[in-house]
Design a protein around this ligand. Structure first.
Ligand SMILES: *[C@@H]1O[C@H](CO)[C@@H](O)[C@H](O)[C@H]1NC(C)=O
Ligand SMILES: *[C@@H]1O[C@H](CO)[C@@H](O)[C@H](O)[C@H]1NC(C)=O
Ligand SMILES: *[C@@H]1O[C@H](CO)[C@@H](O)[C@H](O)[C@H]1NC(C)=O
Ligand SMILES: *[C@@H]1O[C@H](CO)[C@@H](O)[C@H](O)[C@H]1NC(C)=O
Length: 503
């Protein structure tokens, strides 16, 4: 009995291995959908479960259309945004009717396969949202990534259990192309104002394998911290990150497409970033990013429309990528310091006090230091030789310290950026337009971390695909074609996770 069962199991497993081996893909097609969420009326009084479901169904209708369109174009997987099903701004009470109990993926549950008569309540309680997402995946034979609310009862007499007797989690779910729940991730780093949710006691490191590589998943603000974001890459060796987000853009360094493409490049993995779309909240910017390529992406502050981005990707970017082996401080630690220029001053970028020097010459080398970090820049303006054609001012800046507003995280940043006006007090404020072009630039820094994210931003908040590269010695170097594009900023955004405060 035992023996024949073991043989049967063994046979079954080897069939699976053969099938997945046969279907193993070197490349796959990914889709991300930027969704303009239909928001509930803001109210202090909880709506009924029925009203909550109606609102969620209206959002899922749109996500379902996007999923169909993606599948028709051959996509293997689609990512939809954080808060994409019910929006934001809830209390613990008002989020309650939107939550479902999401089981552990070990249950091998395909909600869409439960007989219709038994769906509500289903095996694990009422699950109308989970059932729709599962059917969306199954009916279109596509992996579906979505964000919803999970609830877990707890005993209020036990430590940590909230007074209302349940944990609420901001949760990412993944259904495979047969509709099976294959991943569930509870957001670790809740952002300011997410008072409706609890963070898990310890970061959950969630990964799963597919015929097109190993995937990891985390949500929004998580991307700024070590656990679980960096751990997925370093310990789990994932190829591709799934990243639902509701990201409020902050220039000059933390606009969604800018920072998320830089993270993919710095970590040497694919990152599929799906943002919500709300121009009044400065939420836009989704993309399919890889170590070699910043895009395709979508960024639109002019309309309120959602948008689908589709692209083919290398399933194993780390086989070919050299990014993980960059020695970020190698160049900077071998050269001698250049001059700091004649106009060194302090100025703040998103509440961090940088040391700046003004770029006064048409071409020059500068070094600017703060604490342990020295940043080196070599540049040549494209209008070299002519009279300066505008009064735009650029500075080189360095910051080595703890950022303490809207989250605490330790930074080492080297940046070249355009000031808002010719008043030096505006250097570091958000700027979206520029007309100055650079013929070439090289930026490097004496970083004491291996986690540095390279950002280049052009006029009107555009990325710079194929216009720059990062050398193995840590230099960020422009390519010749940069000379025809007005430049907003060039940044090496470094994170010293080990200096973050322990909470
Ligand atoms: C979904 O697509 C169908 C067919 O193109 C269209 O009739 C319907 O209005 C769309 N629904 C939503 C919610 O966008
Ligand atoms: C809750 O915990 C207390 C103390 O451990 C225990 O006495 C009680 O039975 C628990 N209640 C439930 C519903 O499990
Ligand atoms: C790429 O890496 C994956 C997983 O590490 C491996 O299975 C695959 O054979 C590699 N492909 C190539 C072309 O090296
Ligand atoms: C900048 O430094 C490089 C290397 O040290 C040197 O070749 C170049 O001439 C310098 N440029 C200027 C404008 O001084």
């Amino acid at each position: 009995m035992l023996t024949s069962r073991m043989v049967a199991v063994h046979y079954f497993v080897s069939v699976l291995v053969c099938v997945s081996y046969a279907q193993s893909l070197e490349r796959f097609i990914a889709a991300v959908y930027e969704h303009a969420v239909i928001l509930p009326d803001s109210t202090q009084t909880p709506v009924t479960k029925q009203e909550a479901l109606e609102l969620m169904n209206r959002n899922i209708d749109i996500l379902e259309n996007a999923t169909k369109a993606a599948a028709q174009q051959g996509a293997h997987l689609i990512v939809t945004p954080e808060d994409g099903i019910y929006g934001w701004q809830f209390s613990r009470e008002t989020i309650s009717p939107y939550l479902e109990d999401i089981p552990d993926p070990d249950m091998n549950w395909i909600p869409c396969n439960d007989p219709k008569s038994q769906r509500y309540p289903a095996r694990f309680g009422p699950a109308p949202v989970q059932t729709r997402l599962s059917c969306m995946a199954k009916d279109n034979s596509i992996y579906v990534v979505a964000n919803m609310g999970d609830k877990k009862n707890c005993n209020i007499s036990e430590a940590g259990c909230p007074n209302d007797g349940q944990f609420n989690y901001n949760t990412a779910v993944v259904y495979d192309s047969e509709g099976k729940l294959v991943a569930r991730y509870h957001k670790q780093h809740l952002f300011l104002g997410e008072i409706q949710f609890n963070a898990p006691k310890e970061a959950e490191v969630v990964s799963f394998d597919t015929p097109f590589g190993r995937f990891g998943i985390f949500i929004c603000f998580d991307i700024l911290f070590y656990d679980p974001a960096v751990a997925l890459v370093v310990d789990r060796n994932v190829d591709t990150i799934l990243f639902p987000t509701a990201w409020m853009n902050v220039l000059p360094h933390l606009s969604a497409i800018e920072f998320h493409s830089a993270w993919a490049m710095g970590m040497g993995v694919n990152l599929l970033s799906s943002n919500t779309h709300s121009t009044s909240k400065r939420m836009t910017g989704s993309g399919i990013f890889s170590p070699e390529n910043v895009g395709p992406y979508y960024y639109n502050m002019d309309t309120e429309d959602g948008h689908l981005v589709i692209s083919e990707l290398n399933a194993h970017p780390r086989n070919s990528s050299t990014y993980y082996s960059i020695k970020w401080n190698q160049h900077a630690s071998t050269i001698k310091k250049y001059s700091s220029g004649t106009n060194v001053f302090k100025g703040s970028i998103f509440f961090d006090l940088f040391t700046f020097t003004e770029l006064k010459e048409p071409e020059e080398n500068y070094t600017i230091c703060q604490n342990d970090l020295c940043c080196h820049l070599n540049y040549k303006r494209a209008d070299y030789g002519k009279k300066k054609q505008n009064n735009e001012i650029y500075v080189l800046g360095a910051f080595d310290g703890l950022h303490v507003v809207e989250g605490q995280y330790y930074l080492q940043v080297c940046t070249l950026l355009k000031c808002l006006s010719s008043d030096l007090n505006t250097c570091g404020e958000s700027v979206e337009t520029a007309s100055t072009k650079f013929k070439q630039f090289t930026l490097s820094g004496s970083f004491s971390t291996n986690y540095v994210f390279p950002e280049v931003l052009l006029n009107n908040v555009n990325l710079a695909p194929n216009l720059f590269k990062v050398m193995s010695d840590g230099r960020l170097v422009s390519k010749p074609a940069i000379a025809t594009h007005p430049l907003l900023s060039v940044t090496l955004f470094g994170r010293l996770y080990e200096k973050d405060p322990v909470n």
